[in-house]
Design a protein around this ligand. Sequence first.
Ligand code: SAM
Length: 334
Amino acid sequence: MTEQKADTTRLQRFARAYCESAVLFAAIDLELFTHIAHGADTEQELSRAMGITALNVERMVAVALAMGLIEWDGKTLCNAPDTARFLVKGEPRYAADWLMFTRPSVPEWFRLTEHLKRKEAPVTLGMYEDLTVEEARKYHAATYSIGVGAGKRFSRLVDLSKRRKLLDLGGGSGAYSISAVQTFPKLRAVVLDLPPVTEVTKEYLRLNGVEDRVTTLPGDFTKTAFPNDVDAVVMASNLPIYDDEVIQLVVSKVHAALLPGGEFHLVGEMINDDRRGPLDAALWGMNEAICHSGGKTHTIAQCIGYFKQAGFAKISDEVFVPGTLHRVTGLKAG
Ligand SMILES: C[S@@+](CC[C@H](N)C(=O)[O-])C[C@H]1O[C@@H](n2cnc3c(N)ncnc32)[C@H](O)[C@@H]1O
């Protein structure tokens, strides 16, 4: 067998991957997908709708087609299934807030080397240190635009019909709790998050008409005492913000607070035990270098270890969102 000689193709791709982010951001700014959905399906019409020259439309269409963001039948253009669902303004699942959320971090990512050379002790709460209500509102407009789908998926996959009270740790907009109480009529929920955030959580609870069934608990889940009447706990999408020690502490606090027979679901950006991915989960860990927190990526086996150490009896795990989120579940002995 002849050995394949290494070439530079993939290295070149990585070296210029930022161009793809920039094209996506510009396409969202110019509302490319919204205009196409509203009937501007030729380059000429797009030039008029987006207010840019024919030459620049040609450039944009060439890249968007190559990235698979739009499709072309030789005559007219249409959106790809994901851009049609998530990037057309006015559609219920419009997720531009989330997709643009990390854009302000671009300059810091290009200073990653300097960030990695820092030696000072990390700040405990990373990007959440000194968060204002206004910043929390902006942040959770972004997490809500994607969290609604994740919350619905959680309620589809996890049967909480026999549970009475769910504790949602770092629940943000409350997306998981809102969907859970809407799915399971007997369930109540409490969202624990930092004080500026719970102000915003209340707005989403009102928006969804569930403020009578979901309450908020302002606090820090590493320090605040958990309610002692909960039979289900979820913690979603904040795993990489913390190191092993903090996650172990929180998982142990959950075990201690849960009623006997209760369940805990840790939904997080975990990497596989062979550490070959998912890349997205590893990158969220790297993001913490920029936030200067003590956080990092955790493997699935490490997360299972936190549950074992805390004393959970029955532990299982499964992919939650392929390529990004994994779910580890533990039951407290009855
Ligand atoms: C990426 S958001 C996830 C929100 C929600 N779980 C979801 O999936 O839509 C992470 C949340 O964790 C919260 N958080 C981080 N550290 C926290 C802490 N120590 N105590 C309470 N909340 C915390 C943040 O304020 C933020 O709302």
